[in-house]
Design a protein around this ligand. Structure first.
Ligand SMILES: CC(C)(COP(=O)(O)OP(=O)(O)OC[C@H]1O[C@@H](n2cnc3c(N)ncnc32)[C@H](O)[C@@H]1OP(=O)(O)O)[C@@H](O)C(=O)NCCC(=O)NCCS
Length: 426
């Protein structure tokens, strides 16, 4: 690991400290080779004062137990009918898995406990079919969870619930995770699965607003693989219930969990409840961040070198595009009031965020501001992105004569021979 990675991680600490993350782990991940690393990552989150609660599924283990005993499970994931034999399989599989998780946490010096916190009642008879021992979460015992967390104990919750008479019901672990996340007011719910994230019509969704996911689920849920529909539905349900960020990651990847939590682009899928990206005016203290952002562009001769002092002097012209409070792109609008012209400059999108439409949003934003200011023309100088301005921004190629006199002088002095691009704002 590079030491600079640590700086990247540290920036997240204040916003995560004392907050709750729910990790919903598929049973299949508990027996994966990467499980020990995942438990180590939980210890790391815990050491940063993040309260982690683990919820686990058991379908893969129920299936293999059923195979071993040569019986047919009536349902695997707690959403169909659970007959008595399947409830027995679920109890054996879930208890074994909870135990393995407790072992994994103990191996990392974490105190952990089986948390019997799901109060359930039978799903009952749906469309004439008695779902027998399949339960529905009625309430989560948040008092118990909070007291465990306050004492530094990691709660581990199996996909089982109890009713007031002490009867056990099989509950769906994704549903449990959503209920726990909602009632504990978690800031993140992370589904740790065997897939790279939510894959829709063959492509991974890197991030999506819950409203958009809801629309897809309504209009084209078949675009998701059958085994991922439940994750998509529960991710949408959690966000709608107030959990701001829901992630779906691949638990078999070495850096899966940390890569998702401690980077602003992530590696799996992020479903978010609100716009988590926005453009804001830069402040003086952003000068260094701007300089760091455009550094790569300067090195590639795409942008003119600017010192921190120069950026600070005109910092009021700059805007920053943030994702989850981290600057990932910038742009400046320099105004020539006498000529009623504006220059769009220092447009830079960090390489990790290219081709996601951020450049276009910044160009549109600057254009909008220039119009609001009553400017008649927007200019841009570019050595390597002129076709971008032409084809994506609607600029046309101009000449140095289009530049205001003071700007023209600097242009001649620089010797960069950038192309001049013009957009009439009319
Ligand atoms: C040019 C730049 C701002 C584009 O930002 P972005 O957020 O990646 O771009 P968008 O997502 O809005 O648009 C992507 C499209 O632009 C195209 N594109 C990206 N860079 C381009 C370039 N230098 N020239 C032409 N087209 C380019 C992509 O191929 C893609 O095309 P598609 O939509 O047909 O697939 C970014 O690549 C960058 O920071 N470049 C270096 C700095 C620079 O040259 N700045 C301009 C000088 S002020």
């Amino acid at each position: 690991m590079k030491l600079t990675d640590l700086r990247g991680i540290l920036q997240y600490i204040p916003q995560f400290r004392e907050k709750t993350f729910i990790l919903a782990i598929d049973g299949a991940i508990v027996t994966d080779d990467n499980f020990a690393t995942l438990m180590l990552d939980v210890a790391l989150l815990w050491s940063l004062n993040i309260r982690v609660v683990l919820v686990h599924g058991a379908s893969a283990q129920i299936q293999s137990l059923a195979n071993g005993r040569q019986v047919k499970a009536s349902d695997l994931d707690g959403s169909g009918v659970t007959d008595a034999a399947t409830l027995d399989l679920a109890l054996t599989a879930a208890n074994r898995l909870t135990h393995e998780i407790l072992e994994g946490l103990s191996a990392n010096d974490l105190r952990a406990a089986y948390a019997n916190v799901i109060l359930a009642h039978p799903v009952g008879i749906l469309q004439g079919v008695d779902h027998l021992f399949t339960g529905k979460v009625e309430r989560v015992d948040t008092d118990l969870l909070n007291s465990l967390l306050a004492q530094g104990v990691v709660p581990v919750i199996p996909p089982l619930g109890f009713d007031g008479d002490g009867k056990t019901y099989r509950v769906n672990s994704d549903g449990v995770a959503v209920a726990v996340a909602e009632q504990l007011k978690a800031i993140k719910l992370i589904f740790v699965t065997t897939q790279d994230g939510l894959i829709y019509r063959g492509s991974l969704i890197p991030q999506m607003l819950v409203a958009e996911l809801g629309k897809i689920l309504q209009q084209d849920s078949a675009g998701f693989a059958p085994e991922m529909i439940s994750k998509a539905q529960h991710a949408a349900a959690a966000c709608s219930a107030g959990v701001p960020r829901v992630h779906v990651i691949n638990g078999a990847l070495d850096e899966g969990l940390l890569g998702e939590v401690f980077s602003n682009h992530g590696i799996g899928t992020l479903i978010h409840a609100n716009e988590y990206e926005h453009i804001r005016p830069a402040k003086k203290k952003d000068a260094r961040a701007i300089q760091l952002l455009i550094k790569q562009g300067v090195e590639a001769d795409e942008l003119v070198k600017r010192t921190k002092a120069v950026i600070e002097k005109s910092v009021g012209d700059y805007f920053i595009f943030e994702i989850d409070k981290n600057p990932v792109a910038c742009v400046a609008l320099h105004v020539y009031p006498d000529e009623k012209k504006g220059e769009l400059a220092s447009l830079y999108v960090s390489s990790s965020h290219e081709n996601q439409g951020i450049g276009r949003k910044l160009v549109q934003f600057v254009e909008g501001r220039a119009r609001e200011m009553g400017l008649k023309e927007l200019l841009a100088l570019s050595t390597q992105a002129f076709t971008y301005f032409q084809f994506k921004g609607g600029f046309t190629e101009g000449t140095p004569d289009d530049l205001p006199p003071a700007r023209r002088e600097k242009y001649e002095q620089s010797g960069r021979r950038s192309k001049v691009l013009v957009k009439k704002l009319g």
